[in-house]
Design a protein. Structure first.
Length: 363
């Protein structure tokens, strides 16, 4: 290169500058969205207080919304229909006496708070979805999980549609159900990382008259981001059909993940039919191999999950040791579950546990 020749611009330099601008725009957009959420809460408060001044509150409230909508629309443009103003009023009434985990609030000390001390962390679109959830504990759970995992609105809708709250509640004990509303999903033990069932409607398998285990695996890989979202917090993909060999025999693990919160490998074996005790024995061998040959000394024991379309819980219980904390069998569903059916199951489970406690107290 001659002295007068200008060297080419470093591509990394261009990308780094672009990243700074993109990040700044994202932060600015987030700040604007949050500012509007607080503004809508305040508008809702003002509407409610103004409505209380009228003798015929229903008629006066309707008139307020109509005149306010006309006034704001002329001054600020779109976004202030009577329907939108009703949503702002509902937003205020829903969150007036509503609080979520103080621990979460401490993580966002710089955010402003309304007069009750309540802070808002998500976009207006998120809160439009959340405030339609009648169960307060369930609403808190989805708000906390959206904040912790940075869920988009589409991801929030998908997790709600898949009844994540009910599925986690059914998979845990009563004390942890109460913690879901306070802290969201906490992954501290192997049991915390396992769902039953897993909902895989995004794979499109219901449209197929039949499919193989390899087809199931391929579709999971093709929709890996959605599968990771369904798995939950902390999972990282390692590989598919991961081979290991001992005693001159080759074995393949269908899917291998690592959970950074539990600091352990998580192995998946896919079964399209009913689970058999031989399948459990095979997973036990996989887990033992990883514990003895793959994991590091400072890592935690490997988790094995057999994902099957059907299972007999009695077979699972009799095959596994009573103190089992590593091997799990979970069903997968190819369609979104009935939220009403899961809610009924959860209510029955809670009633059974409460009844059991009452019996013990009586004795």
């Amino acid at each position: 290169m001659s002295k007068n020749e200008i060297p080419p611009i470093n591509q990394n330099f261009l990308e780094n500058v672009s990243e700074v601008l993109a990040r700044a725009r994202t932060n600015a957009k987030t700040a604007v969205n949050l500012a509007m959420v607080y503004a809508y809460y305040e508008i809702g408060r003002m509407i409610v207080e103004e409505e209380q001044h009228g003798q015929n509150r229903a008629a006066y409230g309707k008139q307020i919304l109509q005149e306010l909508s006309k006034y704001l629309s002329e001054k600020f443009g779109k976004g202030f229909s009577t329907t939108n103003l009703k949503q702002m009023r509902q937003f205020y009434t829903v969150y007036l006496q509503d609080q979520i985990s103080q621990t979460l609030s401490d993580q966002f000390k710089n955010l402003p708070a309304v007069s009750t001390g309540r802070k808002f962390y998500l976009s207006w679109s998120h809160y439009l979805k959340l405030m339609r959830i009648e169960n307060i504990d369930e609403r808190h759970f989805y708000e906390i999980e959206s904040i912790k995992n940075d869920w988009s609105l589409a991801e929030l809708k998908r997790q709600y549609g898949s009844s994540l709250y009910e599925r986690l509640a059914l998979s845990t004990d009563k004390d942890k159900v109460y913690r879901l509303a306070l802290e969201g999903q906490k992954v501290e033990t192997a049991e915390d990382a396992v769902k039953d069932p897993y909902v895989l409607e995004f794979l499109g398998l219901k449209e197929l008259p039949e499919y193989s285990e390899s087809e199931l695996e391929s579709r999971i890989i093709d929709h890996l981001q959605q599968f990771l979202l369904e798995l939950g917090t902390g999972f990282a993909f390692i590989g598919r059909q991961v081979r290991f060999t001992f005693d001159e025999e080759h074995f393949m693990v269908d899917l291998v993940f690592y959970n950074r919160l539990l600091r352990c490998f998580v192995l998946f074996d896919l079964k399209i039919g009913e689970l058999k005790h031989q399948d459990i024995g095979q997973m036990q061998m996989y887990v033992h191999y990883y514990d003895r040959k793959v994991k590091l000394s400072d890592e935690n024991p490997t988790i094995g999950i057999i994902l099957c379309s059907d299972k007999n819980n009695a077979v699972v219980e009799m095959t596994l040791p009573e103190d089992n904390t590593q091997i799990f069998a979970s069903k997968y569903e190819t369609v979104l579950p009935s939220k009403e059916a899961l809610q009924k199951l959860l209510e029955e489970q809670m009633a059974d546990e409460n009844g059991g406690e009452d019996d013990e107290t009586t004795i």
